[in-house]
Design a protein around this ligand. Sequence first.
Ligand SMILES: NC(=O)c1ccc[n+]([C@@H]2O[C@H](COP(=O)([O-])OP(=O)(O)OC[C@H]3O[C@@H](n4cnc5c(N)ncnc54)[C@H](OP(=O)(O)O)[C@@H]3O)[C@@H](O)[C@H]2O)c1
Length: 241
Amino acid sequence: MAPLEQVLKAFLEGGGKVIDTAPSYGDAEAVSGELVKRAGGRGKVFLATKVSSTGLDAGLRQIEASFAALQTDKIDLIQVHNLQDTATQLKLLRELKEQGRIRYIGITHYVESAHDDLLAVLAKEKVDFVQVNYSIGARNAEKRLLPYCADKGIATLINRTYEAGRLFAKVKGKALPAWAQSELDATSWAQLMLKFVLANPAVTTVIPATSQPKYMLDNLLAGQGRLPNAQQLQRIAAEFA
Ligand SMILES: NC(=O)c1ccc[n+]([C@@H]2O[C@H](COP(=O)([O-])OP(=O)(O)OC[C@H]3O[C@@H](n4cnc5c(N)ncnc54)[C@H](OP(=O)(O)O)[C@@H]3O)[C@@H](O)[C@H]2O)c1
């Protein structure tokens, strides 16, 4: 818990708001709930979790367990995880939203092959948030899904901004170009990768994962300074080609 406590401290002190977790991430909900409580973060963080069940009863049981693990009586956002039993779980989430137990509902996925499925759900169902993968190395979301969300006023959470860490291998041993700092106020490859994603007007927030305080401090810096324009986006992408 000690390093994670430091991660959360850096996150809150740096103005971080959104914590995304899930019942299927081992102890993550319980750990997040306990650490947010210890850090006095209640009411300051936006808590997002997921439901990954089949059937109304199983979904409700899982969601009640999330409330208990997160030690809260209000969850900001619950998302249908990887489109599992989507129609049934969205119905349940809408009921909970009407009861005031959750503020927003959403759907998630993490692979490009599911983007068409996400769009098909959005054509039928009204949701507040879509969580999807988007990065310098996986740009499919910018073609149709992100513009669709912007057009319909749907908020977006972006996962896999580092492709689970794999994107760092593409620039291993390579010096950060001088223009990263002089033009975009970025002092690391990580900040450049996040700024690439944040520059898309359809992106509401990014949720890079880390267990290390030094990475959290690094990631938070992407929230400051200038964002790339179209020509600078091309230059960033060329560095990762
Ligand atoms: N289907 C879904 O709904 C779904 C699927 C995947 C992910 N997610 C969400 O997205 C979040 C992000 O996870 P992800 O899988 O997409 O991974 P990611 O954020 O693309 O990458 C995480 C990896 O990057 C490393 N890292 C983080 N910051 C760094 C920095 N500044 N410098 C160097 N390395 C850094 C981490 O290392 P350390 O571990 O050493 O810190 C970790 O190995 C998850 O926590 C989850 O909330 C949702």
